[in-house]
Design a binder for this molecule. Structure first.
Ligand code: GLC
Length: 647
């Protein structure tokens, strides 16, 4: 729908008038001007998106008015500390591109016990250089099997075992004062079946039933299911769950207890926007937008990545930019590579997971080659200026082989056969395998399957230690450091799953916990082992070697301008086993090389010169001066960061 500037201006004037009547004291507060200024700047966009989504509702203006009231109320509650951060971040909107940003992620209970106890672990985080901490969902959930916290029953309460909202607010402030940004989830697609809205719906309240997608018969669900895929096929086929109390089918993309929200209802948008602002006011600096591709449904489509899902995201972003610009959105869109990039922009999510780099790093370790990685990254690494990837080697979720079939075909790789190979490889079933993983959500119909396991176990450290084979231990550690080397230097925010820096292995105990046994992802979510962490100071131990390697990467990021905000160019190293890229800033040019082979690999000196490097080089990872006469020799699984000698 087209909207003229005039229409938007008149609407805003009317809305401001209402706000003045509604918040007479607030309007007179000294900071109100800052809020109105942002409103003036951002309202036209927000209005356009909302009009497109909800303009056909007869009571559109009523909803708009109450949304603006909720926004003003949230802004009035925002602490002075956060308001000053808003001003700072507005002046430096790409703050998250700084080289000092290094991410960690953890479950509060598994890492520290409680929110209060986490304070005591801030020194550990600082030692590692962590300045971005993603705490996995810690809200009140349905209890028991709760999809690792993603079945949220309330954003305004924490899981009582973890602490209180006030504990979290205090922690956020403490972290902020230590320069650590708090990252929390916003599970935008669904609530648990025990959320107050769901309970009311179950009690027969039709207004709340309209918060979800409910159907009397299978007729409509059957129509939808012709085009949509099953996300958790192990758990339930299709996307709907029968509610016997209501005699209705409810949309459940993920688990049967996670009900998808109905964003066609403008009230749902407002209700969720209000919850989002509550989180912003706790001191969240990066909001992880969970499962964003699924938020809009349309019959006859796959119900993923629809244009309206993008409009919704822009609308949420618009709300946040007016009330809490210090908070940046990060997208969790684990979909086809071409779709992932659509979520990345300043108006949607300026930060995004990079699942393609993640999956292809594992692909490269398995194949001992970098062709698909190089080819895909050359096509797909570049994103808008002012946006940043979150590069990770694994997360709390499974590893899916989400490379693009076309990209694979272009270099002669059969995508389906290759995915089968990768699954077998990481299950330890292939003769060339070093890995110890488990299968997740195998779909017999499509042949699709994903892999679980900690970084160390997938790199072969568990097997090697058990066999007491020092040679294999060494190789496993090299693999761990190689893929971390890439995520720390390729450009973006590196994200460590806390525990990986000390080589935590698979945790098989989940199989005897009824709340976890059905979900193999618990294999790679072990309780952080603080005794093992002590071994990081014992030279020679695996923990020490991994930890030291990561500390070195941290130092390299902090001390090299090109690794902070530099540009990235993926290059052909001239050797298919070696992944290479330049990082360039006005002050510096750096060439990173990652040899994925278990054997030494040469890089020819003429090739290096062609890439603009001279003969006298220094590798700042190994601390070695290198004279590139005819070639340079890379050790098995070596990661090099090359500078010209003398700068
Ligand atoms: C995201 C989370 C995942 C969860 C799903 C449903 O993909 O990362 O852990 O199961 O959303 O909320």
């Amino acid at each position: 729908m087209l909207v003229s500037d005039r229409q938007s201006r008149i609407t805003l004037d009317r809305l401001k008038f209402q706000l003045h009547r509604h918040f007479p004291d607030g309007v007179n507060s000294p900071d109100w001007g800052a809020f109105e200024l942002r409103l003036d700047r951002n309202f036209p966009e927000l209005f356009r998106h909302l009009l497109e989504l909800y303009g056909h509702h007869f009571d559109f203006y009523y909803h708009l008015e109450s949304l603006l009231e909720a926004m003003a109320a949230a802004w009035l509650e925002r602490s002075p500390d956060l308001r000053s951060m808003d001003a700072m971040r507005e002046a430096d909107p790409a703050w998250f591109q700084s080289g000092r940003l290094i991410g960690g992620m953890a479950y509060v209970d598994l890492f520290a016990g409680t929110v209060k106890k986490l304070h005591g672990h801030i020194p550990y985080l600082q030692e590692l250089g962590i300045t971005y901490l993603h705490l996995m969902p810690l809200y009140r959930t349905r209890g028991g099997d709760d999809d690792g916290g993603y079945a949220v029953s309330s954003y305004r309460e924490l899981d009582p075992e973890l602490g209180t909202i006030e504990d979290l607010r205090t922690l956020a402030a403490e972290m902020r004062h230590h320069g650590i940004s708090l990252v929390l989830d916003f599970v935008i697609n669904h609530t648990s079946n025990e959320h107050a809205w769901a309970r009311r719906a179950l009690d027969g309240d039709e207004m709340y039933q309209d918060y979800y997608l409910m159907f009397h018969t299978r007729e409509v669900p059957d129509q939808y299911e012709k085009h949509i895929r099953s996300i958790f096929p192990d758990e339930h086929p299709g996307c709907f769950t029968y509610l016997s109390t209501l005699k209705k089918w409810v949309w459940t993309t993920f688990h049967t207890y996670q009900w998808d929200l109905n964003y066609r209802n403008p009230e749902v948008f407002q209700a969720m926007a209000t919850e989002m602002l509550f989180l912003a006011n706790l001191g969240v600096e990066v909001l992880r937008i969970d499962a964003v591709p699924f938020i809009w449904k349309q019959q006859g489509t796959s119900c993923e990545n629809l244009p309206e899902a993008h409009r919704l995201l822009e609308a949420f972003n618009g709300v946040a930019r007016i009330v809490a610009p210090a908070m940046a959105f990060k997208s969790e869109a684990i979909v086809a590579p071409a779709e992932i990039s659509q979520y990345i922009s300043r108006d949607k999510c300026p930060i995004s997971y990079n699942p393609l780099l993640m999956a292809l790093s594992w692909e490269s370790l398995a194949t001992r080659g970098a062709r698909l990685l190089r080819h895909s990254m050359r096509k797909r690494f570049a994103i808008d200026a002012g946006c940043a990837w979150v590069n990770y080697v694994r997360s709390h979720d499974d590893i899916g082989w989400g490379f693009d079939d076309w990209d694979a075909g272009e270099i002669g790789v059969d995508p389906r056969g290759h995915r089968d190979f990768l699954n077998r490889f990481y299950l330890g079933e292939h003769e060339t395998s070093f890995a110890e993983g488990e299968m997740f959500q195998e779909n017999p119909v499509t042949g699709d399957a994903r892999i679980c396991g900690t970084t160390a176990s997938l790199c072969g450290l568990g097997h090697a230690l058990a066999a007491g084979d020092e040679y294999r231990v060494d190789f496993a550690i090299r693999r761990i450091l190689l893929i971390h080397g890439v995520i720390f230097t390729i450009g973006g925010i590196p994200l460590i799953y806390l525990g990986d820096e000390i080589g935590m292995l698979n945790d098989y105990s989940y199989k005897s916990d009824p709340a976890k046994a059905g979900d193999a992802r618990w294999l790679h979510r072990p309780a952080f082992d603080w005794a093992k962490a002590e071994a990081r100071s014992a030279p020679g131990s695996a923990e020490y070697r991994i930890h030291q390697g990561i500390l070195k990467l941290t130092q390299m990021r902090l001390n090299n301008a090109a690794l902070s905000r530099g540009d990235t160019e993926i290059v052909d190293s001239g050797n298919d086993h070696v992944f290479g890229y330049f990082r360039t800033s006005p002050e510096q040019t750096i060439l990173c090389l990652a040899n994925f082979n278990d054997h030494p690999e040469p890089i020819s000196a003429p090739r290096l010169r062609q890439l603009g490097l001279g003969r006298a080089l220094v590798d700042i990872v190994g601390g070695a001066s290198i004279f590139a006469g005819r070639k340079i020799d890379m050790q098995p699984l070596q990661f090099m960061v090359l500078l010209r000698q003398g700068g």
